[in-house]
Ligand binder design. Structure first.
Ligand code: B16
Ligand code: MG
Length: 213
């Protein structure tokens, strides 16, 4: 029986996937690394350092640890500049309603975000109170597609993984949800999310009654 829903943040609840994308693209262009849509899709949902490693696959130059740290933090500065200006208007249409519907149906809600900026973003969006439990990259060691973050979310809700459903916009996230033993709902374009158990075009189209009826 379904008792909880675990939501991803970037690209599901808020339109930040494009902000991450733009910040990486800017960094890539500054260091002369090609950045196309296939790279953009691969880094989606992947943590900061993992994203940088994917970006640097295309360069012959060897970067030291210190240089990599500096590049990752430069990208984060670009990202933060945008996020600081965010407010509830940056929620995807229907996001608040969808999460509230899940709660009204008597289910628990958790947030599982690979972003260390998730606490700031939740505060800016004004939705921190909609989640029974929040786990972000500040609390976990292994990034998506590892199941750790989703297992931690289920544990935080006091539920078994099999009692939870995960909602994700990235292939790495869908893989992590499945590895955790949960059903996965994909949000967005079908191609990258082929493994999802159910696909919806956006968070507004996610209807909990599809799972509880
Ligand atoms: P940060 P999610 C992920 O968040 C983003 O999808 C991904 O693009 C980003 O690289 C990652 O967070 C790390 O973010 O640099 O802010 O720690 O989709 O898991 O909510
Ligand atoms: Mg995401």
């Amino acid at each position: 029986v379904l008792k909880g829903v675990i939501f991803d943040l970037d690209g599901v609840i808020a339109d930040t996937a494009v902000v991450h994308h733009a910040a990486w693209k800017r960094l890539a262009s500054e260091i002369g690394v090609a950045f196309d849509d296939s790279v953009g899709e691969r880094i989606k949902g992947v943590d900061r350092r993992g994203s940088l490693d994917i970006l640097l696959e295309r360069t012959a130059r060897a970067y030291s640890e210190e240089e990599k740290e500096a590049l990752a933090s430069r990208k984060n500065d670009y990202y933060r500049q945008q996020i600081e200006t965010f407010g509830p208007q940056h929620l995807f249409p229907g996001a608040r309603h969808t999460i509230e519907s899940v709660r009204r149906a008597g289910l628990k809600t958790a947030l599982a975000s690979a972003s260390r900026n998730a606490p700031l973003l939740l505060e800016r969006l004004g939705i921190a109170d909609l989640f029974d439990y929040v786990v972000d990259a500040n609390h976990i060691g292994r990034a998506k597609p590892d199941p750790e973050i989703f297992l931690a979310a289920a544990r935080g809700l006091g539920l078994e993984p099999s009692e939870c459903l995960g909602v994700e916009d990235a292939a790495a996230g869908i893989a992590g949800i499945h590895a955790a033993g949960m059903k996965a709902v994909g949000v967005g374009q079908a191609q990258a999310l082929a493994e999802a158990d159910l696909l919806v075009p956006n968070v507004a189209a996610f209807d909990i009654r599809l799972f509880t009826a």
